[in-house]
Write a protein that binds this ligand. Sequence first.
Ligand SMILES: [Zn+2]
Ligand SMILES: [Zn+2]
Length: 257
Amino acid sequence: MLIDLEALCCGSCMNGLRRKVRAHEAALIKHQHDLADYHRAVVGWHAPLIWHEEPIAPAEPRLPHAVYGEPVYCPSCVYDVKAKLSKLDGAACVYLRESDGFRGQTDQAKVSRSDDPGTLSPTIEDLDEMESWLRSWKGAYLGRDTWARSGHLADAITLGVAWLVARAERILAHEGMAQAFGGEVQSWYGRLVRYDPSEVVVERLKGVRCTECGGLTLERKVGEDKVVCRMRDCERVLKLSEYQDLAEEAKQTRKAS
Ligand SMILES: [Zn+2]
Ligand SMILES: [Zn+2]
């Protein structure tokens, strides 16, 4: 194969090619073993048990066009990682809002409500972890130890994301940092994609029947304040808070019965 695997773009555009190459390598090794078994059987006293004919070598796989890193990622993967990085801020905002189910509550209210840091909500824990991660990359880029967070969690995330977005191309061209940074951005984005306001995620709500048509047909776009019935001839709209009251009632009723 005339592909320099080491020089391929290390982004997701080459995942398919890498998978095919690995599968082919495994097939070649298996063929070697099969061939050895076959020859042992042929020269031995007994006829081959499994192989009636010499095993055929696996065909060369048809590979997609190779895309090389410049020097680590190709331009379109750089764009992809940078776009995902920049979406982390908006996703973090929606995540914070969603954690309570209501808009307008800041992370500060939640943080101050719990005196024991061990009882922080899972959302705050996640975002806290993300914010330290942002700071650790700032530190790595500047070649300095990391420093304490300044300001509120949500503000620190906004600033941290913006700082790294402005330097994303340079980090993603840096041979010592690019691959780890790109991989970690992908993984953070994967954790928060549900809350990315530019991705429409529709949640099917199973807690309550539609107050109009009675179907288990209510759904909500993550981040929106309203719940709608997806039945075409119904299309009932509830406020999120109304839905939450109904869901709470339903839960109590279920408990009582
Ligand atoms: Zn690529
Ligand atoms: Zn309905």
